[in-house]
Design a protein around this ligand. Structure first.
Ligand SMILES: Nc1ncnc2c1ncn2[C@@H]1O[C@H](COP(=O)(O)OP(=O)(O)OP(=O)(O)O)[C@@H](O)[C@H]1O
Ligand SMILES: [Mg+2]
Length: 211
């Protein structure tokens, strides 16, 4: 099983949005895919309940529940982390994950929160020893703004690559409301945003195939 954790202890950065999008991507490719929810609010599991039954199947795993595990056949597990993760949970997520994807919004508050998370990650052995693939995703970015430039600058110094930039668009919320991922919308407007995800998918695939 290949495990992708989407994490940032800063709230509202886009963890659930990215986790559901990645799970839908792998399910569409025919891989046995599970979506693990670490959040008591169960946003990911709620999304799965809204998911139309004719779309590729994703199994939900309530990781908050004692002893809950994805079934043995699972090929891809995407873990939607909660913002309020204790140190122990962060440690556990890092131990289990093959790839850690960190969405970050362009704002000073998000920078502060993300910096704290990165400091915490940096103290863990698998990260220190370069045993985990870690990548940033700039999220809700308005291209060619000062905020976008500032985010680039901020991420440059943190020691992990920024592999993708997702723009701010209502289409993510629109898709989520229907239990879909953005690539499952038929709207032509969605296409450009789906293309923005490709470098992230390439990065994850490279890690998966190397493993
Ligand atoms: N690229 C985007 N463009 C526009 N809106 C977005 C984008 N990404 C996420 N959002 C919206 O931002 C809000 C927060 O996103 P999301 O719930 O995925 O964040 P989160 O990190 O899971 O939050 P929490 O820390 O509360 O779990 C949602 O309303 C979502 O639809
Ligand atoms: Mg969430």
């Amino acid at each position: 099983m290949f495990t992708i954790a989407v994490a940032n202890t800063k709230g509202g950065a886009g963890k659930t949005t990215l986790a559901t999008t990645l799970a839908a991507h792998y399910a569409a490719r025919g891989l046995d895919t599970a979506l693990g929810d670490l959040d008591l609010q169960q946003s990911s599991l709620g999304w799965l309940r809204r998911r139309p039954s004719d779309l590729p199947r994703i199994r939900g795993v309530d990781l908050e529940e004692e002893g809950a595990k994805p079934r043995k056949k699972t090929e891809i597990l995407v873990v939607d982390c909660v913002a309020a993760m204790s140190r122990d949970v962060v440690k556990d997520v890092v131990k289990q994950a093959d790839v850690i994807v960190i969405p970050v919004l362009p704002s000073a508050f998000d920078e502060d929160g993300t910096r704290r998370f990165i400091d915490q990650l940096g103290g863990l052995k698998p990260i220190r020893k370069n045993k985990r693939a870690v990548a940033f995703v700039g999220n809700r970015v308005r291209l060619r703004t000062r905020a976008a430039e500032q985010l680039e600058h901020f991420l440059e110094d943190l020691g992990f690559p920024k592999v993708a930039t997702l723009r701010d668009t209502q289409l993510f919320a629109q898709a989520a409301a229907e239990g879909k991922a953005i690539q499952e919308l038929t709207s032509r407007r969605a296409y450009d945003h789906v293309m923005d995800l490709q470098p992230l998918i390439d990065f994850i695939e490279e890690t998966r195939l190397a493993g």
